[in-house]
Design a protein around this ligand. Sequence first.
Ligand SMILES: *[C@@H]1O[C@H](CO)[C@@H](O)[C@H](O)[C@H]1NC(C)=O
Ligand SMILES: *[C@@H]1O[C@H](CO)[C@@H](O)[C@H](O)[C@H]1NC(C)=O
Length: 267
Amino acid sequence: MFTTNVFGVCLFVTVFQNCYGAIDIGKYIPVCDRNSPEVNDCLIEAVSKGLVAMANGIKDLGVPAIDPYHQKELKLDYNNNQISAKMSISDIYVSGVSGSTVKDVRLRAEDDSFHMEIDMFSPQIFCKGHYRGGGSYNALRLNATGDFNTAMSDLTYTWKLDGTPEKIDGETYVRINSFYMRPDVGNMVTHMTNENPDSKELTELAVRLTNQNWRLLYRELLPFAQSNWNKTGTRIANKIFLKVPYEQLFPVLRRVILIYLLSEVLY
Ligand SMILES: *[C@@H]1O[C@H](CO)[C@@H](O)[C@H](O)[C@H]1NC(C)=O
Ligand SMILES: *[C@@H]1O[C@H](CO)[C@@H](O)[C@H](O)[C@H]1NC(C)=O
């Protein structure tokens, strides 16, 4: 009995070490057994800690800093019968994500599919950057360049990640291929400067209209934002999902080994 026990412990330690050999994800984020009844509570904690760990980025995994998150450029081409706008936004900083609360996490981790939903609340998200571009409203033309910042408050949203398990060098990883969210925003206030003296007054008017009608504008621009979030969210998620094997991110093994160990001790 002693030898089988020792064997059991060794097996446990070996599997454990194998799991945590290359990159110790547990150093940054608690690991949750996907079949455990407490998996949701564990995931809420894991995502909360993960966001804090990712605020300044995770070098080992190549995860960029997410608070503030820096995006070099975003191009926007908008056309709607009366309004058209062509803008290039650069040096964008988005901050506030790590001050969010993770409300709930739901996981459906199967052998052939992966789906995770994360309910979030952010009291404040602040976004700033430089813009250059022009727009027209009927015959009215506006050409401007300057800085902008947008403060959003009380955001409620759900991150929806979809992925497919994939074998890479004999190890199964999940490749995330879709990231979706549609934030409900409590309030939004935008400020803009304009370095072009010819259109200064028009810009001031545009900012006033933007702040008065932000809900409408937000709805119109949401598809652009969502396509951008899909690219960014998928890329950042895969920094973790494609580097840490599925079995290690969401182990099912540990429970089996614990039961095996217990049975060894008991019999
Ligand atoms: C906008 O103004 C800049 C200079 O401020 C000029 O170089 C550019 O050609 C203008 N663009 C349009 C579409 O008028
Ligand atoms: C995100 O992009 C991928 C690939 O471009 C696409 O298959 C997926 O449907 C997109 N997801 C959403 C929510 O738009």
